[in-house]
Design a binder for this molecule. Sequence first.
Ligand code: 5RP
Length: 262
Amino acid sequence: MPIDLNPVDKAKFVAAKRATQYVQSGMKVGLGTGSTAAWLVKCLGEMVRNEGLKIKGVPTSSRTAALAREVGIEVISLDEAKWLDVTIDGADEFDPYLNLIKGGGGAHLQEKIVATASDQMVVITDASKSVEMLGAFPLPLEVIPFGWQTTKTIVEEALIGMDVMGRDVTLRMNGDAPYITDEGNHILDLHLKRIGNARQLSLVMNQIPGVVENGLFIDICDAVVIGYGDGRVEVRDINAGSVEETKFDFLGEDNIFGKVGD
Ligand code: 5RP
């Protein structure tokens, strides 16, 4: 792997590397989706191949499943695992209470099921995802294709009564066609700018027929590992209420970039 990664990738990498400390042999591990989670999967794969780490991974998307198999991680389904020790995933936004917006990568349905079925959920991220209040990032809603335009209208009407700053709703596209999730659904992106009451919004959205799941993760995340481009890592833990800082030396002889991603 080239050592001259850009600062954002360095930040994502050191966050993923630090988060491997949550994983021990014998664990069943939820594997997130996205560019940050991909670093984690590569780091864990390296530990499986070179350090004898024995884990079973439950991927949160077909993309992550393919990568996990490629790097040597044993992949099982959530139904086989039943319950997980830890899930490690990225996020699009996190607030001071570690509530999240997820689904920028279109996988929040499986991600939420897997994270909820875990003793612990750890988010890995760079500092750009930190916000005082959720909502600048569009909130994804996974909706079934049947009658999606009617569902969109009902969502727009429901937003009128919500404490949000914007109310534009768009269908996520993949080129000229609607984006299709792993579950065969579409995604509506809600451009809310600011979400005043995330818990209420999550409940209201999930009550609308046709909505499968929204991308708000409320009271699910236990810790956020924030990486910085200079190798610093900060851990915010909701249970311990602690803030821990370490620094990885990726320019030294035993640089942590090692062979990950080769
Ligand atoms: C996918 C997600 C991702 O975790 C989120 O979009 C962050 O992705 P990245 O690590 O690439 O910034 O929720 O559905």
